[in-house]
Ligand binder design. Structure first.
Ligand code: ZN
Length: 300
């Protein structure tokens, strides 16, 4: 009897292993496991990352996918992982490739970002964005029911969300990428969702209100958290090397633009003549003029 019971329990254990490995494969090629209960969805390297974090009291989603088809995929992945609902969505910035899919989760989920997010999203909204005859049928299907959902909760500077066994610290990144940027720090797991301040191997779009000193302050603050895993707003997850690379890039850019300004060059001349061969392999070279303008503002 004893032997039979141990055989049965061995068989059950075996089935559990099979089930859990099948489970992992079922999440599909766009989902990476970061740590137990922490996943990231992204269909392509340049796409935005969507975080899925399980707790015993429900799910937190961080950004809602590059496109509405990604948002639907994130919702499906959540259903495969847990019967519990998505309780909160945290937006790490205001742009559509992180926020359009809010409508897929909210209601019932509550959306959170820093103050200023709702205003910026309302101003930039295009209610006809899915009324486009050239839109792929799967995109049209995924956009069913679309409406602009802006954060219902806006915090100032920093706030803490506690759900189940997990703690999420929401930290404002000021003037670092969009009108409202939030880093999400899980101190117990030492996992940091770092928003779009620094994108691996990629030149960022630096908008007129963004300053290089603010970008450097944001990466310095995030490094001081001493994260084990850094998940940028776009691109592969890694370590604080993502921030080191970004700091080195902006340092060199400011140095070279500064030398040219002191040499009497105009902004147009600098845009024509400046070379950053060390970063020739980085994506989005066409964003360089906005970077040179930001460096010019920083040195003047
Ligand atoms: Zn963005």
């Amino acid at each position: 009897m004893k032997r039979r019971r141990s055989l049965i329990s061995a068989a059950v254990a075996c089935l559990a292993v099979l089930a859990s490995s099948a489970w992992a494969q079922d999440l599909g090629p766009n989902v990476r496991k970061i740590k137990d209960g922490i996943y990231v969805q992204s269909a392509r390297e340049v796409n935005s990352n969507s975080g899925i974090i399980l707790t015993r009291e429900g799910v937190v989603v961080i950004d809602t996918g590059q496109t509405v088809t990604d948002s639907r995929e994130v919702a499906e992945v959540v259903k495969k992982l847990t019967p519990l609902p998505v309780r909160f969505v945290i937006n790490t910035e205001v742009h559509p490739d992180h926020t359009t899919g809010n409508f897929v989760f909210s209601p019932p989920a509550v959306v959170i970002n820093h103050a200023g997010a709702s205003d910026a999203m309302q101003k930039a909204d295009n209610p006809n964005r899915f009324n486009n005859p050239t839109l792929a049928p799967e995109m049209r299907a995924a956009a069913q029911g679309y409406r602009l959902v802006t954060p219902q909760i806006e915090y100032y500077e920093q706030t803490t969300l506690r759900l189940g066994e997990r703690t999420f610290e929401l930290l404002r990144l000021k003037n670092a990428h969009s009108e409202a940027d939030t880093a999400v720090w899980l101190p117990n797991e030492r996992v940091l969702f770092a928003a779009s301040v620094a994108i691996p191997n990629s030149i960022n779009n630096v908008r007129a209100f963004v300053t290089i000193p603010d970008i450097l302050a944001a990466t310095k603050m995030m490094k001081s958290l001493n994260p084990e895993v850094v998940i940028p707003g776009h691109g592969s997850f890694g370590t604080t090397k993502i921030f080191d690379d970004s700091e080195r890039y902006y340092g060199l850019l400011v140095e070279r633009v500064g030398a040219m300004v002191r040499g009497g060059k105009s902004l147009d001349q600098i845009k024509q003549e400046l070379r950053m061969p060390e970063y020739a392999e980085w994506a989005y070279q066409e964003r360089m003029p906005s970077n040179i303008e930001a460096a010019d503002r920083a040195v003047k």
